[in-house]
Design a protein around this ligand. Structure first.
Ligand code: NAG
Ligand code: NAG
Ligand code: NAG
Ligand code: NAG
Ligand code: NAG
Length: 655
């Protein structure tokens, strides 16, 4: 993703090329959006914001030659080439710091319930979720004791002198308390970033406050975001190179080591290069990976392509329709990751996990028609599996604001938040499926099977535990509603049961937006989700041939199938565990006072019909208490907490 810098204007704007973007006051943005930028409560479908863009592309034609529709997958015990053991939290999220108060909640006592539900689905399957709060806005962020208006986070418009016109962020410890309170509900681990815009005047407060409030739920601290782009962006002088970054990393490490208010050591993450202006090898040549004992996680960031033009008048124009097919075969993930094979080997030798710290379909916000499509969901799953097979240990999908196309989940725009719900993107399903693919055993090891004679449209991966095959993931990237390109795979695995279970990820075409199903359940279309899967779970049962032990699995075009080779494989992926969900409280607006109609700790989450109707906190106990029908939300919540002594504080979102 090499972009030409052709003028000072371009130079100033080019920071946006690297990654996610949340842009404020950007003149180009209003040019780009044909619709009005302001959200309107009366516009039910398209608000003009990228997150609700209705573009639907044409699915690419069936490839010629089409992939063979019948093939075998034969899995024996104890094969070589398996990855290192992986965790069910492999696919996590990276939330742009400036939008945490939209996505997570407003403050520590006002957490967005749909967000909790979305994370609960993942925790149930994979055991935990990893979330990074950071991005371009973290390098200029400043922790302040309080903000005048009681807000937890604020854009400092008076001091917006950085090149993106992204105002520097001011935030209070309340944001960190919010993370802590989220982790007290669900097993979520956090990454924060030490701002590195000025390494001569370090601002270590986020590390200090983060360590002291989050404790063991703080998993690491990123030092610098995409430092290989600092010079381009005008944040460092000409000639700034890998050795300079390595030196600055050492300065931060030293400062934290001697900081008595920063009790946790060996917490740092770097170099988080975009692999744009420096190659990973240039950084490793400094000795970075082995010389800093404080380095906990080796990180890189990578998007397959950018959509910076025309929105930010940068780079070259990529037509979404023409670009779409590049997401729809296995060579996309393979080619993107080939350059990290060496890095992965070195990290393993150094005994450090390797993370893809920030990624998604395209930098500069993703593409209309691509980023929220079913095809993007298949791509993210294939990309994550390819990373797992290559010994990455995690990948974090970026979450921007309302102005990006690629969000895994998007809260409703504030103005319509009273009655609209969340939008769950296709790549959230990828994370959900990935959590089941890897599961909770901590022993899952992945291999790219080079299936169907290496056909790029039908990749498949096997998952082994204790050297025995337990699950198989098969993807079909082709779209053909006639069924002629559905694939029939004969899975024959050592130790498989005579009857196996299959879950499928389905949509009518790779272009479809919304209404995808995973094992029959969906999060609906735009603004239709409270974070809980809707519908009954539908697992398919396949009876294997008693003689040949072949189990035939049909994967529609398009679609993905996760095959559970035995019952233990299902259990390890969370089947049978009690779901942990949070009922979205119904909120109506009456004279600027929200009313809590219902505060029920409801646990009907699907994922196994028999688990439904778990014991729930009595609804009556809420309603007979101090919580009158007209009680303001926060009062109501305090009352709920006081009356019931509940661990879960249920908070409606965006009153
Ligand atoms: C948290 O946010 C809610 C909603 O904006 C507000 O009513 C409440 O006062 C805030 N609480 C704190 C402690 O700031
Ligand atoms: C670094 O960011 C802080 C907060 O935005 C700002 O006050 C400071 O001037 C910046 N320093 C440099 C050298 O850009
Ligand atoms: C991943 O690591 C394992 C264990 O060291 C190794 O056997 C395997 O070849 C590695 N995979 C790749 C693709 O490098
Ligand atoms: C999603 O599915 C529902 C129920 O089948 C249907 O009513 C709705 O029109 C679909 N929405 C889209 C955008 O396809
Ligand atoms: C677990 C945790 O971090 N709880 C915090 C929730 O937020 C309040 C502040 O509003 C803190 O006092 C708690 O420590």
């Amino acid at each position: 993703m090499v972009l030409l810098v052709r003028s000072f204007l371009f130079f100033v704007l080019i920071k946006l090329s690297s990654a996610e973007v949340t842009v404020y006051n950007h003149p180009a943005l209003s040019l780009y959006h044909s619709g009005s930028q302001t959200t309107s409560a009366s516009d039910a479908s398209f608000t003009g914001l990228a997150a609700y863009d209705p573009t639907v592309l044409t699915p690419p034609p069936v490839p010629n030659p089409a992939p063979p529709t019948n093939f075998d997958i034969r899995l024996t015990n104890g094969i070589s080439g398996l990855s290192i053991p992986q965790s069910g939290n492999f696919l996590g999220f990276s939330i742009e710091m400036s939008v945490v108060n939209q996505v997570l909640g407003r403050n520590s006592s006002f957490i967005n319930v749909p967000f909790l539900n979305l994370m609960g689905n993942l925790v149930k399957r994979g055991g935990s979720v990893q979330i990074r709060v950071g991005g371009n806005t973290q390098d200029f962020a400043t922790l302040v004791p309080s903000l005048a208006d009681g807000q937890a986070i604020e854009k400092d418009k008076d001091n917006s002198n950085n090149p993106t016109e992204t105002p520097p962020l001011l935030y209070t410890p309340e944001v960190i308390y919010m993370l802590g309170n989220i982790s007290s509900h669900l097993n979520i681990e956090w990454f924060l970033g030490v701002p590195l815009n000025d390494s001569a005047n370090l601002r270590l407060e986020i590390a200090e406050v983060g360590m002291n409030i989050l404790g063991s739920k703080l998993k690491g601290l990123q030092v610098g975001n995409e430092p290989d782009l600092y010079q381009r962006h005008g944040h460092r002088p000409e000639g700034y190179g890998p050795f300079d970054y390595d030196g600055e990393f050492g300065v931060v490490a030293q400062a934290l080591n001697s900081d008595p208010n920063a009790p946790m050591k060996q917490m740092l993450i770097g170099p988080s290069i975009a692999s744009a202006d420096w190659t990973p090898e240039q950084i490793w040549a400094t000795g970075f990976m082995t010389k800093h004992p404080e380095l906990k996680i080796v990180s890189v960031e990578r998007y397959p392509i950018d959509n910076c033009f025309p929105k930010y008048q940068l780079g070259t124009f990529h037509d979404p329709q023409e670009t779409f097919p590049t997401f729809l075969d296995h060579s996309g993930a393979r080619n993107l990751l080939a350059g990290y094979a060496d890095t992965s080997r070195l990290a393993q030798e150094a005994g450090k996990p390797l993370y893809m710290f920030e990624t998604n379909t395209a930098s500069c916000g993703g593409f209309p028609g691509i980023s929220a499509s079913f095809g993007a969901g298949l791509w993210a799953l294939d990309y994550a599996m390819q990373m797992a097979s290559m010994n990455f240990s995690a990948a974090l999908l970026h979450v921007g604001g309302q102005n990006v196309y690629y969000n895994p989940f998007t809260p409703p725009p504030t103005k319509v938040s009273d009655f609209r719900k969340w939008t769950v993107g296709s790549v959230y399903y990828s994370a959900l499926i990935m959590a089941e693919v890897i599961g909770k055993s901590g022993k899952a090891r992945v291999i790219d099977l080079n299936a169907n004679e290496g056909n790029i449209y039908t990749p498949a991966f096997a998952i082994y535990e204790d050297n025995v095959p337990v699950r198989v993931l098969i993807i079909n990237f082709v779209t053909n509603p006639s069924g002629a390109n559905d694939i029939n795979v004969n899975v024959n695995a050592d130790g498989a049961s005579s009857q196996i279970k299959v879950k499928k990820f389905l949509a009518a075409s790779v272009s479809q937006k919304g209404n995808f199903t995973w094992a029959g359940q969906t999060f609906g279309s735009s603004m239709e989700s409270d974070g809980r899967p809707m519908g009954e779970e539908q697992d398919e049962t396949v009876n294997c041939d008693p003689t040949t032990r072949n189990c035939q699995v049909r994967v529609p075009a398009p679609g993905a199938a996760l095959v559970f080779l035995n019952d233990g494989a299902l259990a390890n992926a969370g089947q049978g565990d009690a779901p942990q969900t949070f009922a979205t409280t119904a909120v109506t607006k009456l004279h600027n006072t929200a009313t809590v109609d219902q505060l029920v700790l409801q646990t009907s989450n699907g994922h196994g019909g028999t688990e439904r109707k778990m014991a729930s906190t009595s609804r009556g106990s809420f309603q007979s208490g101090a919580l009158g029908q007209e009680a303001p939300i926060i009062m109501g919540l305090l009352a709920v907490a006081a009356i019931s002594g509940l661990h879960f504080v249920l908070l409606p979102f965006f009153a």
